[in-house]
Design a protein around this ligand. Sequence first.
Ligand code: 6PG
Length: 231
Amino acid sequence: MLLRRDQTDRDRLAFAFADQVAADLGAAMATRGAASLAVSGGSTPAKFFSALAAHDEIDWKRVVVTLVDERWVDEGSGRSNAALVRAHLLQGPAAAARFVPLYSGGEMPAADRIAETNRRLSVLPETLDVVVLGMGNDGHTASFFPGGDTLETALSDPGPALALAAPGAGEPRVTLTLPRLLMAVSLYVHIEGAEKLATLERALGDGSIADMPIRAVLRQTETPVTVYWCP
Ligand code: 6PG
């Protein structure tokens, strides 16, 4: 794992990280003529999304954007990750990107809802070019929450997506599975603040994956992980 802690504030971090992701998307475009990006929701990514959306050198109409996870709420909810992506990432030049939301309405968990999400995800290549994860102070990433009812499957199933409910998750979730996320060409964790750094340090220590599921990302050796952090 590579920890990049050279950015002194959150605006600088957002711009530096956006430059890196834009370069990754450009590299994918140069080799495949298209690019794919899966992002996290929550509160951290808004500034990064705005910085990335301004990259007008990217041919956004050849970029597919999806989420690594979603709260099972419609886009009218302030907790919708899709609404966050639309408000901050799919703006300006990036408005031309194709967005594949994970929420497809109705009640969760329901097998037909996940089947519909997986059907939508089939427009994405198996290997995502860029995956951006966040992390909660309980050690979750994507929707791999401690105590998640399908956590084991979420960490082992090819997916691409499955439903998960957990005491700390609020509403039911849908998440891309770990094997699917680890197929990414570039894999990042984007976190801010002293508390998250302390959480990351705990996650890097001994202990079970069930207690802090982000350990499954940090301990694997298949895909290098770069952590972008600032105070
Ligand atoms: C979500 C996420 C989740 C998020 C972390 C960090 O929908 O909740 O995608 O995995 O990345 O909870 O969230 P914050 O950025 O709000 O701390």
